[in-house]
Design a binder for this molecule. Structure first.
Ligand code: NAD
Ligand code: DAU
Length: 351
């Protein structure tokens, strides 16, 4: 069936995998990728689908309400998959306002535009909000986040995401807007901006620079390969009942220090170094303020109701990820030098 779908934040890490999946899997859908191209947006992530007839890139800001209204009038979207966000916890600690603007205001502008465009005629329409497990706060040594866990965000990032989740659900309750929400654990894989732990560590090990570990490295995250998140998003967009929330996670908990030690072993092998060489780069640094101790997702609902499960073991996913970064050194170099920001001007100046 022909549909026009808006994907926001499609030039970012997860968004680019979602755009690629939808453009290739659904040739009958028109996919509009709206992205502001902040420091985290990189159109080179999508150079393989860039010229496909069912793909259009639009540069724009979800915080600009008049622009968003015009975009909705122009394209008459059937669905929205909303990933655009400020996504890095450390940046939210130094600049919380950017997170309130994009994550809260930007989301509400999109909700308003969808409400106005659909005007109560919701047949075949859907607003899918992509969120995070961080809205649930932090766990102790035991237990899991379920879809029923109360919200208890603890960083400006997670507070802004929690707020946007509340607005999405409030629009369903108040205006009957058809919505779905998913809350996912830590993603890893190709194209992740090297401010996040894994690509940062891979790049530093490659360049024999220190690997910064916050505090004692005892914080725990639940890691999921990014293409498995994209496949869950596809399933939820097409199969979830109106109003549902699903948690998505990898059943794959690691303390940061154990994760980095495993990465060091893989890197030693890939770089042909002596065993133990990369581990020497581990450097303990000042902890993140208010650092959440542990996240762990109970993903049994999506497994039971939609038949989703991660396709890769962590050992395979991590090796694939390391191979990707080592094979795409140019991608990393262009980020580090800032040259990736030229791509838009070069490729889109006459479109
Ligand atoms: P990212 O930072 O890599 O990408 C975000 C994208 O949004 C970038 O392309 C950026 O240019 C764009 N953007 C930012 N502000 C914008 C604005 N005002 N208007 C339009 N575009 C804007 O983020 P990511 O890691 O890919 O995360 C994507 C989504 O998934 C976010 O909503 C995040 O909260 C959520 N999420 C991420 C993870 C994870 O592990 N990375 C896990 C769960 C949920
Ligand atoms: O849980 C989902 C969330 O995962 C997403 O909502 C966020 O958008 C995403 O950024 C991620 O948040 P984290 O804060 O968990 O990811 P990050 O890669 O920044 O850090 C992972 C862990 O590693 C965390 O405990 C902090 C630690 N860390 C991070 C960096 C960048 C370090 O020890 N050293 C570092 O240099």
């Amino acid at each position: 069936m022909n549909k026009t779908i808006l994907i926001t934040g499609g030039a970012g890490f997860i968004g680019s995998h979602v755009v690629r999946l939808f453009v290739n899997k659904y040739p009958d859908y028109q996919i509009i990728n709206l992205d502001k191209l902040t420091y985290a947006g990189n159109l080179e992530n999508l150079s393989d689908v860039d010229k496909k007839p069912n793909y259009t890139f639009v540069k724009g800001d979800i915080v600009d309400a008049a622009f968003i209204e015009g975009l909705f009038t122009k394209y008459q979207f059937d669905g929205i998959i909303h990933l655009a966000a400020e996504s890095h916890v450390d940046r939210s600690i130094t600049d919380p306002m950017a997170f309130i603007n994009t994550n809260v205001l930007g989301t509400v502008h999109l909700l308003n535009a969808a409400k106005e465009q659909w005007k109560g005629n919701f047949e075949g329409k859907r607003f899918y909000h992509i969120s995070t497990d961080e809205v649930y706060g932090a766990l102790g040594d035991t237990g899991f986040f379920t879809e029923e866990t109360s919200y208890d965000p603890k960083s400006p990032y997670s507070a802004s995401k929690a707020s946007s989740d509340h607005f999405v659900r409030a629009y369903k309750n108040t205006y009957k807007l058809p919505i779905v929400v998913s809350n996912c654990s830590n993603n890893y894989g190709p194209n992740q901006f090297p401010e996040k732990l894994l690509p940062l560590a891979i790049n530093n090990i490659k360049n024999k620079k220190p690997i910064p570990i916050y505090g004692k490295g005892e914080n725990i995250r639940d890691w999921l390969y990014v293409e498995d998140h994209a496949s869950a998003i596809d399933l939820i967009y097409h199969k979830a009942a109106n109003g549902k929330t699903y948690n998505i996670g990898g059943h794959n908990e690691w303390t940061n220090i154990a994760l980095i030690k495993l990465l060091c072993k893989v890197m030693d092998k890939k770089l042909g170094c002596e065993a133990g060489e990369s581990e020497k780069l581990i450097t303990y640094v000042t902890d993140r303020a208010g650092h959440d101790l542990r996240y762990a997702i109970d993903a049994s609902l999506i497994e039971k109701e939609l038949g989703w499960k991660p396709s890769l073991t962590f050992e395979i996913g991590l090796e694939k990820t390391v191979d990707w970064y080592l094979d795409h050194q140019e991608w990393m170099d262009r980020i580090v030098s800032g040259a990736y920001t030229d791509y838009y001007t070069k490729m889109y100046h006459n479109r």
